[in-house]
Write a protein that binds this ligand. Structure first.
Ligand code: SF4
Length: 369
């Protein structure tokens, strides 16, 4: 059989022949319906972009998970960001995706349009540099992301401390994958029978946290990458385990991910952050599912520095993002999809983000089979 798991070059992971071989393996071994969740929005986009869902056996249902940090950042946090960004002494910095995410009343773009200093940065260290060049301003970085961005967010705090900056802080918003998997698999509405774990999160954190999850919920998990061959290989390995009644954790992204992960990065995270309960937009509070600043770094917490303001959150009454993020509904089940809600006029975060499921369906013109 062709070796479908280890092409020598990246282009091999987009090789149509190898992808077809893996897909025909899936067709051969499947005997019954299975529901799999790809937890990461980057994987959802790749599946849609390459039309992989159309090539898989009809027995496989791919359920799109909440792995889009922009989408799950709570409305209260977005509103808090908007309030802080409006303060006259503040330069508010953020990754570009966050600027169009709707809060209860506007977005960061509208704050900028009305005179607020909102800047797009490509790294939290850019925000530290802005703080060092603007000592008369308070510079705040919106620290969103999964475990993947946490090391850089922690590094920014350490760097600001080293430089003695009194005018830099972060709005902590990192979220964690394993607690979300517990919440999904432990839900009475759960339909997930196998998981494709997010390769980039595992590149940082490893996958040592996953065997107890697989065992507790009797659900096989395969660490999966983002190229077409990575994805079909992850699906193949998951389906094989389900068909054979095996519950294991496999690594189908071994060119990037190790069991222990990047321990230096994990140490930096541990030094600066600690797990805290976090509210996921559309899902609710998941215990210990976010990173908050440790007590010794609380001076770098924008919430401590600026307070919360008078925040009254109000979600769109039309948007069903919560059900989409939990895998209970597809974006195309939403009555506003493609009509009232488009990337130009988003009603919910999943239509904004480059990793959002609604944006993936819209961009690639997909409807579920
Ligand atoms: S299509 Fe728009 S309104 Fe509907 S769930 Fe997605 S983001 Fe919300």
């Amino acid at each position: 059989m062709t070796d479908i798991s280890t092409p020598k070059f990246l282009s091999g992971f987009r090789n149509a022949g190898l992808v077809k071989t893996a897909i025909s393996e899936i067709h051969k071994c499947i005997t019954q319906p299975w529901s799999l969740m790809e937890i990461c929005g980057g994987q959802t986009h790749a599946i849609m972009q390459y039309g992989l869902d159309q090539l898989l056996p009809a027995e496989i249902e791919l359920i799109h998970g909440p792995g889009c940090p922009v989408c799950v950042t709570s409305l209260a946090l977005i509103d808090q960001a908007l309030w802080i960004a409006k303060q006259p002494e503040v330069i508010f910095t953020s990754f570009g995706d966050m600027l169009r995410v709707p809060g209860s009343n506007g977005d960061l773009f509208s704050v900028r349009a009305s005179g607020g200093q909102v800047r797009v940065v490509y790294s939290p260290l850019d925000a530290v540099e802005i703080a060092s060049k603007n000592p008369d301003k308070q510079v705040v970085f919106f620290a969103i992301g999964f475990e993947t961005t946490a090391p850089a967010n922690a590094m920014a705090v350490l760097q600001a401390e080293k430089m003695g900056l009194q005018n830099f802080s972060i709005l902590p918003a990192n979220v964690l994958v394993p607690p979300a998997m517990h919440a999904i698999l432990g839900s009475p509405d759960n339909r997930i029978q196998g998981f494709l774990a997010a390769g980039h999160v595992c590149a940082v954190m490893g996958y040592w946290e996953y065997p107890p999850i697989a065992e507790q919920y009797k659900t096989p998990i395969v660490v999966t990458g983002f190229e077409p061959l990575d994805l079909v290989n992850g699906i193949l390995q998951t389906i094989k385990m389900l068909e054979e009644g095996r519950v294991e954790v496999k690594n189908a992204y071994s060119r990037v991910v190790t069991f222990q992960g990047n321990q230096a990065a994990q140490e930096i995270i541990k030094k600066v952050f600690e797990p805290v309960d976090r509210n996921w937009r559309g899902i609710g509070i998941i215990p210990k599912s976010g990173f908050g600043l440790r007590e010794i770094y609380k001076n770098f917490n924008a919430v401590e520095r600026f307070g919360s303001g008078d925040i009254k959150t109000e979600e769109s009454k039309i948007c069903i993002a919560g059900q989409v993020l939990q895998g209970l509904k597809k974006p195309s089940d939403c009555p506003a999809f493609g009509t009232q809600c488009t990337p130009q006029n988003p009603l919910g975060a999943p239509m904004v983000s480059s990793e959002g499921a609604c944006a993936a369906y819209y961009r690639y013109g997909k409807k579920p089979r």
